[in-house]
Design a protein around this ligand. Structure first.
Ligand SMILES: NC(=O)C1=CN([C@@H]2O[C@H](COP(=O)(O)OP(=O)(O)OC[C@H]3O[C@@H](n4cnc5c(N)ncnc54)[C@H](O)[C@@H]3O)[C@@H](O)[C@H]2O)C=CC1
Ligand SMILES: O=C([O-])CC(=O)C(=O)O
Length: 320
């Protein structure tokens, strides 16, 4: 069987990490694309020189030509600009919207059958715009944020409860911004929901509220520390888990930004909710019952995403 082909659009911090992970996991041959000449080629050469040590057979090339992504099975998009301290993700909208247009057109012309995972911020608006510009079916274009946000939430919860990360599950829904919604009712240690753990005296509501706040600001915390960019190891790992679920038809239930068509009372908007990812792309959108508080918080998050789409349409009237 021929190896799968993974195209990475954007060869920056996340793109390079994605390429490394995809090679180590032998997901397939890898094409690193960037508009900057030399960077994708240099990173591809460096990564190729890992092969003798690691023993992977994947071919890795760097390119500035979209023709090289032809036939890609999975495309992961990180092209654009990352924020610096003092900026919000939304401040990236104008510049990254233009990038999504060129990326969407490149995918449409060269790899229209791919499963596309967008990472570029502001995530929910950019993945929506990428789907519009690419014209691909909505079930083949998803946004990565929920896996990362849930991973951060789980890491903080494992630390608080002093338990193995393997026994913690959590869900963060909504847009990938300050209004994201960590849902404690569905966050558990070995199946025991966090509210029950609070009742059992294993933590307090105040401590969990502080963890929720830290999760919501998780990206900003790293931006403030790095000063020159944003998180890239955990974002790359998160996107790879989504790619694996598609490539291996794992049908994992993962939070992802997908196009809602009435679920959660939302229509024609990309927002983070639990979905099943398998060989068909987004195979199911899972509608979980939410408490009144979680539903109200999700509504606030949805409104924030809607405002971003209004801004996108004002910048690029072709999106109306
Ligand atoms: N959804 C999420 O959870 C997360 C999203 N992000 C976002 O991911 C994006 C990428 O982050 P990093 O890799 O750290 O940034 P980076 O700056 O290291 O890499 C971005 C790359 O995109 C390239 N690029 C710019 N315009 C392009 C175009 N038109 N076509 C192709 N490539 C182009 C740049 O040359 C650069 O190499 C940012 O927008 C960041 O905010 C970052 C972390 C998490
Ligand atoms: O905070 C940022 O700008 C990058 C990002 O989305 C994250 O790490 O969650």
């Amino acid at each position: 069987m021929a190896r799968k082909k993974i195209a990475l659009i954007g060869a920056g911090n996340i793109g390079g990490t994605l390429a490394h992970l995809a090679a180590l996991k032998s997901l397939g041959d890898i094409v690193l694309f960037d508009v900057v000449e030399g960077v994708p080629q240099g990173k591809a050469l460096d990564l190729t020189q890992c092969a003798p040590v690691e023993g992977f057979d994947a071919k890795i090339i760097g390119t500035n030509d979209y023709a090289d992504i032809a036939g890609a099975d999975v495309i992961i998009v990180t092209a654009g600009v990352a924020r610096k301290p003092g900026m919000s993700r939304d401040d990236l909208l104008g510049i990254n919207l233009k990038v999504m247009k060129s990326v969407g057109e490149g995918i449409k012309a060269n790899a229209p059958d791919a499963f596309v995972i967008c990472i570029t911020n502001p995530l929910d608006a950019m993945v929506w715009a990428l789907r519009e510009f690419s014209g691909l079916p909505a079930e083949k274009v998803v946004g990565m944020a929920g896996v990362l946000d849930s991973s951060r939430f789980s890491a903080f919860l494992a630390e608080e409860f002093q338990v193995s990360i393997k026994d913690v599950t959590s869900f963060v829904l909504g847009g990938h911004g300050d209004t994201m919604v960590p849902v404690i009712e569905y966050s558990t240690v070995s199946g025991i929901p966090v509210p029950d753990l609070i009742k059992m005296g294993r933590s307090t509501q105040e401590k969990i509220d502080a963890i929720i706040k830290r999760t919501r600001g998780g990206g900003g915390e790293i931006v403030a520390l790095l000063k020159t960019g944003s998180a890239f190891y955990a974002p790359a790992t998160s996107a790879i888990s989504m790619a694996e679920s598609y490539l291996y038809d794992q049908k994992r239930v993962l939070p992802a930004a997908v196009n809602l068509t009435g679920q959660y009372g939302v229509d024609n908007l990309y927002v983070g909710v639990p979905v099943v990812i398998g060989a068909g792309g987004v195979e199911q959108i899972v509608e979980i019952a939410l408490s009144d508080e979680a539903k109200a918080n999700l509504d606030v998050s949805v409104e924030a995403v809607k405002e971003l789409l209004v801004a996108c349409k004002a910048i690029d009237p072709s999106l109306n």
